[in-house]
Structures are given as structure tokens and as C-alpha cells.
Design a protein around this ligand. Structure first.
Ligand SMILES: CC(C)(COP(=O)(O)OP(=O)(O)OC[C@H]1O[C@@H](n2cnc3c(N)ncnc32)[C@H](O)[C@@H]1OP(=O)(O)O)[C@@H](O)C(=O)NCCC(=O)NCCS
Length: 176
């Protein structure tokens, strides 16, 4: 399975590596960034998260990817599709975390649009879903801007979420 290295106007999106741990763990240790998870992650837990992503690359051919700013190589966050079992059904969920000092610059939307198109066009994946709590307005906006729409509300991971979904033909916004 060939893993992607995608480029957008400002970003390079590539597989996570263990040497991303410092930057990855800083995001996952930040309480405000991880509010939706209601917990932060230790450095060792972040290492485990990266290791599971490496395993998922092998098993599924995709998982969260690293998002890096091309101009200076700065680690911006993570984004990507991953398989989530919900009520016994495997769904491909697209998710995102951006380092807090870089919020509001359009990076999540830019990365998610590129990964949406890679998932549909290169990887041939079917519907993409995004599980977002209604109170997580920035994340709802990213979901809406990439073209997913609220299909239903459901208790996922123990909390009420909007279940956003889209098929390849639902795309209205191009990567640009
Ligand atoms: C959700 C997240 C990834 C968005 O990243 P981002 O790079 O700031 O997103 P963008 O710049 O692409 O902006 C997307 C939208 O969110 C809005 N937004 C960004 N930061 C915001 C804030 N602090 N408050 C309200 N809206 C905000 C933007 O204005 C934009 O909406 P608009 O087009 O209506 O203006 C980021 O806030 C984050 O990492 N949050 C914590 C992790 C998380 O909740 N992940 C998702 C779990 S479901």
C-alpha cells in the first residue's frame, strides 16, 4: 500500500512518524485542544497513538496523517480518515487536531479537503463520516466546509454527536 504525501497551497500532508512525538504529544497534552475528548494524553499515550496509526497504515492503508507547514516545516497537527467501529459497524471517520496557536488560519479545512479527495479519488473509500459534538463549533464548520452534512444525531464514544456524512458526489468545495 502506497501511503500519500499530499501538498496543498500551504501544507504538506504525510504519514505520521515516531519522530513527530514531541509535536504530536504537545497537542494531545493541551486541555483546550482535547476538550472534546474530555481528557489529555501523556507522552507515552501519544506514542501509543502514533504506533497505532503506523499499524493502521499497514492494516487499512490510512489513518491520521501529519500536517506540516511547507514553508518552514512546522508541525501543524494531524488529520485523516480512520476506521471506527460504531454500533458494530465499521465507518471511515475523518478527524483533525490543529495546534492551538495556529487555529483560525484555515489549516484544518485545507488539510481535510485534500484528504477527503485522496480518500475518495485515490483510495476509493466510500462514505466519509465525521462525529462532532454540536458544541464544537470550529469542528462542525470544518465538517460543513468539506461537504459533510448532518445525517443524524447519535451517542458515539459515550456522548451525543452530530454524525456528519458525505459520499464522493456530495462535494461542492474544491481544494483550490
Ligand atoms: C477543529 C479544529 C481542528 C479547527 O482547526 P482550524 O485550523 O482552526 O480550522 P479552520 O481555520 O479551517 O476554520 C474552520 C472554521 O472554524 C472556525 N473557527 C476556528 N477557530 C475558531 C474558534 N476558536 N471559535 C469559533 N470558530 C472557530 C473558523 O472561523 C472556520 O469557520 P468559518 O469558515 O465559518 O470562518 C481546531 O479548532 C482544533 O484542533 N480543535 C480541537 C480538536 C478537535 O476538537 N478536533 C475535532 C474533534 S471532533
Amino acid at each position: 500500500m502506497t501511503l500519500p504525501v499530499l501538498t496543498t497551497a500551504r501544507l504538506t500532508i504525510r504519514p505520521l512518524r515516531l519522530d513527530d512525538l514531541d509535536a504530536f504529544a504537545a497537542i494531545f497534552a493541551d486541555a483546550e485542544t482535547m476538550a472534546a475528548s474530555r481528557r489529555t494524553y501523556s507522552r507515552e499515550e501519544s506514542r501509543g497513538w502514533i504506533e497505532r496509526s503506523l499499524m493502521r497504515y499497514e492494516r487499512d492503508g490510512f489513518a491520521l496523517f501529519a500536517v506540516v507547514r511547507t514553508v518552514d516545516g512546522r508541525y501543524v497537527g494531524d488529520c485523516g480518515p480512520s476506521v471506527q467501529a460504531v454500533d458494530g459497524v465499521d465507518e471511515v471517520e475523518i478527524g483533525w487536531h490543529i495546534r492551538r496557536d495556529l487555529w483560525g488560519r484555515g489549516y484544518a479545512t485545507e488539510a481535510a479537503l485534500a484528504l477527503r479527495d485522496w480518500a475518495f479519488d485515490d483510495r476509493g473509500l466510500g462514505p466519509l463520516t465525521a462525529f462532532v459534538e454540536p458544541s464544537n463549533v470550529p469542528s462542525c464548520r470544518v465538517a460543513e466546509k468539506i461537504g459533510t452534512r448532518v445525517e443524524r444525531d447519535a451517542v458515539v464514544f459515550g456522548f451525543l454527536h452530530h454524525v456528519y456524512a458525505m459520499a464522493p458526489g456530495d462535494r461542492v468545495m474544491d481544494r483550490g
